[in-house]
Design a protein around this ligand. Sequence first.
Ligand code: UGA
Length: 435
Amino acid sequence: MLISVIGCGYLGAVHATCLAHLGHTVVGIDSDRELAARLDAGRPSFYEPEFEPLLAATLATGRLRFTGDPAAAAGAAVHFVCVGTPQLPDRPGADLSALDSAVGALLPYLNGGELVVGKSTVPVGTAARVAERLAAAGSAATVAWNPEFLREGHAVADTLRPDRLVYGSAPGDERAVAILNEVYAPVIAAGTPVINADLATAELVKVAANSFLATKISFINAMAEMCEAAGADVTVLADAIGRDARIGRQFLNAGLGFGGGCLPKDIRAFGARAAELGVHRVADLLDRVDRINLARRDRLVELTADACAGDLVGARIAVLGASFKPDSDDVRDSPALAVARELQSRGAHVRVTDPQAADNARKRSADLTVVDTVAEAAEDADAVLLLTEWREYRELGPADLAGLVRHRRVIDGRNVLDPVRWRAAGWSYRAPGRP
Ligand code: UGA
């Protein structure tokens, strides 16, 4: 099949590459010509394990290319729209300007029965609006919505072996379903279930999934507050409740909470849309989830101040981790950077390090000191904060840092270190939700 993928950020670049890997002929189009040229040369603009080798191998087949020219969409039977839908600058809703521009750029190249498939995360009702716009422009193209559930750090595996495929289409539009089945034939043959829905349900599935994950994290973080008040241990609590198959252990890691380019903006956009539709209980629930999450950052700052005898002014703080989660160089809404900035604004001397996100951290937070190694960050530190649980940080032992720091104080913002081991080695160990 000849397919175009419009928007080649994280989602689009991986989607285009995986579709070509599955055997289709794919052109990825992005209005950022430099980004498209880089991808076409096999150089992604983000760190994602597994992606770069797959990109190189797939470009070499000749079935994949990237361009900044929207005319390259001409002739494709299916157009996937994968543009970003970030938070509006002044409100919690989603900014749909990139989606509107992508549809506008595509319109001149729609001449027949093409299928326009949205993958971007959007407020419910957007797909119907896109369909109306195409119809108003006299286009015979149809619209489907096929939300994406890939996680950063697992993007290739999640695209090629997803838990499920969700197709949203207009009632009775069997052609859209048949085309999507053809696009994903090898994925379906490998056993992936397909769930068919109407357009609105498919749009809601995505935001409901992210909202559930965010709620699960905020739930366990609320339990962490309870554990602190009661002298209990949230990690043991999570292990114990997670054994119940109805609850499940995943996404019950208490600590600094969630960040990134998806969960925070998606719960806010969903809350805003719910309020627009008069569903205030959903808006209230998500507002609570957001507030619990943001309070984690304050709690980490408090724990650090406590560890430094209440005085952050002049304290030397090592921050391990800048990305919003491990195996990613993404620093958008990174809890680790938010804590680092707050400590600095309270007078601490903060040094941040990260195995992959150091450059992005420097770009995003020019006022922070970002160093390349743990040793540079920890030198003479009054406290070491583990804020993103990269494997190399989880595997650190007390002896690795003991000779570097000024005071043996560690704050385990992700609950991944062994308190018994660190305390036995003479460290003061603190973590949110643990005694
Ligand atoms: C999230 C969803 O997991 C994907 O399914 C979805 O496709 C994606 O958003 C999206 O909408 O594009 P992602 O943002 O890559 O994926 O990251 P997650 O793995 O969900 O982690 C989000 C945040 O939650 C991270 O900051 C992580 O540190 C935090 N987290 C996760 C916790 O604090 N505790 C946990 O137990 C799990």
